[in-house]
Ligand binder design. Structure first.
Ligand SMILES: [Zn+2]
Ligand SMILES: [Zn+2]
Length: 339
């Protein structure tokens, strides 16, 4: 089978991922093997490939928004059948016993492992996942359109929870990439008034198309005080801009696994019980809650398709802000060759 393997991180234009031929992996008793149909390309993959995020193992196959069909099921796996379509998301395993796992906060488990970081991910024709960490998906529909829900969608779902967004809240979104385009649809479904700050004129237009009440540049202030804000841009300056825009008691949720830094800011910005919170990973419940909402709303994803062989181009396009919506590897053509 073909797999895009990271041996040495480097700038995306240097094509750090190498397409290799590997033997098809077999599942352990607690695992399933999945023939990948599509895998989203996330900013976290870019940060890993470029070396902004330290590698947990090397070589590694990135990719943590995989949609595919179960090909083999380990003897101890229950509730997953061969032939079923499933999603494989960022969280690959947790200990199941610690204070976080037993309190519904498995996203904070200190022994968690992550798809495409600790274990090989979906930039390949096959992947192995723990049977209790795959998510059932509808058998019909475009696997490429489903893929961005598994990370961008699920983390967006968690951001709304962390920011304590309620029906009718005035919500600010800072940055408007793939995850934000899903968040705005969920927020509008809740009846929120959404204000979007982003540097990109194309993203501002897209935000208006998706029902934003107001759009502006990343240095502009929304015309009203916000109840909550979510920052997506991987820049600490944006976090401070968001803090300036929330009302007393408001919450800023930072959706970033890596930030350059947060610049020094006057304490007055945090005073009046404003809260600054990070959003770390997702739980399986987040993924499943998001997938339920995706059917209910229904959520629309905008995707740009790349064959597996062009994964490095997808990363460059993402790095340079050229992807409209989400970049997704489409393996429906190549996977049939198998082997
Ligand atoms: Zn991701
Ligand atoms: Zn745990």
């Amino acid at each position: 089978m073909k797999a895009a393997v990271l041996h040495h991180p480097g700038p995306s234009p240097s094509a750090p991922l190498v397409l290799c031929d590997r033997s098809v992996p077999s599942p352990e008793p607690s695992e399933v093997s999945v023939r990948v149909e599509a895998c989203g390309v996330c900013r976290t993959d870019l940060q890993l490939v470029e070396g902004d995020l330290a590698l947990h193992r090397c070589p590694v196959v990135p990719g943590h928004q995989a949609v595919g069909v179960v090909e083999a099921v380990g003897a101890r796996v229950t509730g997953v059948q061969v032939g079923q379509r499933v999603g494989v998301a960022w969280i690959a395993s947790t200990c199941g016993r610690c204070r976080y796992c037993t309190a519904g906060l498995e996203n904070l488990c200190e022994d968690a492992t992550f798809t495409g970081w600790d274990v090989d991910g979906g930039f390949a024709e096959r992947l192995i996942a723990r049977g209790d960490f795959v998510h059932p998906l509808p058998p019909t529909g475009d696997p490429v359109a489903l893929a961005p829900l598994l990370c961008g969608g699920a983390i967006g779902y968690r951001c709304l929870h962390v920011a304590e967004v309620e029906p009718g809240s005035r919500l600010g979104l800072y940055g408007f990439g793939a995850s934000a385009t899903i968040v705005i649809q969920m927020a509008r479904h809740l009846g929120c008034e959404v204000h979007v700050c982003t540097r990109s004129a194309a993203e501002r237009r897209r935000a208006l198309d998706l029902g934003a009440a107001w759009v502006g540049g990343d240095d502009e202030r929304p015309p009203v005080a916000l109840d909550a804000a979510i920052t997506f841009a991987p820049s600490g300056d944006v976090v401070v801009a968001a803090l300036k825009s929330v009302r007393r008691g408001g919450i800023v949720a930072v959706n970033a696994i890596h930030l350059d830094r947060i610049p020094e800011f006057p304490y007055e910005l945090l005073w009046w019980e404003r809260q600054l919170r990070s959003v770390a990973n997702v739980t399986r419940d987040d993924v499943r809650g998001l997938l339920r909402l995706a059917v209910e709303i229904p959520l629309r994803t905008e995707v740009v398709r790349y064959p597996l062989a062009r994964v490095n181009d997808a990363l460059v396009d993402l790095a340079e802000g050229r992807v409209r919506g989400a970049a997704v590897l489409d393996l429906t053509g190549s996977a049939a060759a198998g082997g």
